[in-house]
Design a protein around this ligand. Structure first.
Ligand code: ZN
Length: 330
């Protein structure tokens, strides 16, 4: 091996691979005759599409953002959280939160679940509109937006700050009545800890302009044939998840009933600081995973690595995430 490589010659020989055949300094890559290729930078459009019974679903990425890991367990010793993260080869200081947003084409209607963080949440998020266009749709095409809850990474994309108008101009909106009430009255301001008061200001600003187009429901209601909301309160007072069924195929969209790709499954009793009522949120989290595991349902988790699709398996008294394999074509 050449000097400075993190892989020792011994490692390579132990792996029984190319190194023993090729010898020192050899490479399997062809050499470019015309010189080095240009580095491109940037990122490719983030969308992933699959058939779901008679529906077509496109998971759109709103990007990703980082949060400090001290938000991960309000009822656990910080050293315990850090040890768990390190054991799973994760950064002990910061976690990356992907943002996976399903767009459901039922054949009659185009339904979006949440709208991402828009331009004022995090510079690495707010990519929903770009990725929607890259996937072949325009914001004007969206008929219905289901809002799972009022946190910034889910609703701050409602209003386009440049246009000072709704980002999805032809859409009608659906939200839990309790969630609407929490963010649009003084309830959020009166009850949230100081570090989250900005969420209350932002939610009111985003929700008020779409008030007349918003239907406030009791979670459990069917939004469109095959698309049913599920009450999963706790993360926020009126938080809801969504079940999508077509021709016997099922998908659970958890929203933030689950928030972490490892902790939510292995330690469902650890309370994220972002859960407003952590005890109730834990009940909802466990109920959601029981439902997913029982039915072997395809599951879409908002903050897991893009596209956030997989299934929930039981592991002792806890759970394990099994990422879905990709489908090509069709
Ligand atoms: Zn979230």
């Amino acid at each position: 091996m050449t000097g400075g490589s993190p892989f020792s010659r011994r490692d390579m020989l132990r792996a029984g691979g190319a190194a023993s055949i090729l010898g020192a300094g050899a490479t399997l890559l062809p050499v470019r005759a015309q010189g080095a290729a240009e580095m491109k930078g940037g990122q490719v459009p983030g969308y992933y599409r699959f058939k779901h019974g008679a529906f077509e679903i496109t998971v759109l990425s709103d990007g990703a953002y980082t949060l400090p890991t001290n938000l991960l367990g309000s009822n656990v010793a910080p050293e315990k959280v850090v040890a768990f993260l390190e054991k799973n080869l994760l950064d002990p200081d910061e976690r990356i939160s992907h943002v996976n947003i399903p767009l459901i084409n039922t054949g009659k209607e185009l339904i979006l679940v949440d709208v991402g963080g828009g331009m004022n949440w995090m510079p690495t998020a707010g990519k929903l509109t770009d990725n929607l266009r890259a996937s072949g749709y325009e914001p004007e095409d969206v008929d219905t937006v289901i809002l799972t809850h009022g946190h910034p990474d889910h609703i701050w994309g409602l209003i386009d700050d440049f246009e000072e108008a709704p980002s999805f101009p032809n859409a009608k909106y659906v939200i839990s009545a309790d969630e609407w009430d929490f963010w649009t009255t003084s309830r959020a301001m009166d009850t949230l800890p100081e570090m989250f008061l900005g969420f209350a200001v932002g939610a009111k600003k985003q929700l008020t302009p779409v008030a007349e187009k918003t239907r406030r429901i009791k979670p459990g209601a069917e939004i469109s044939p095959g698309i049913v909301t599920i009450p999963t309160p706790g993360h926020t007072p009126g938080h809801m998840s969504v079940a999508i069924e077509s021709e016997g195929e099922t998908l659970l969209v958890t929203a933030d009933a689950l928030t972490h790709p490892f902790i939510s499954f292995a330690h469902p009793g650890w309370w994220p600081r972002t859960d407003i009522d952590p005890e109730m949120a834990e009940k909802s989290r466990r109920a959601m995973m029981e439902m997913a595991a029982d039915g072997k349902h395809l599951t879409l988790v908002y903050h897991i690595s893009f596209p956030g699709l997989g299934r929930v398996a039981r592991a002792g008294t806890a759970y394990r995430w099994v990422p879905s394999t990709w489908q090509w074509g069709g």
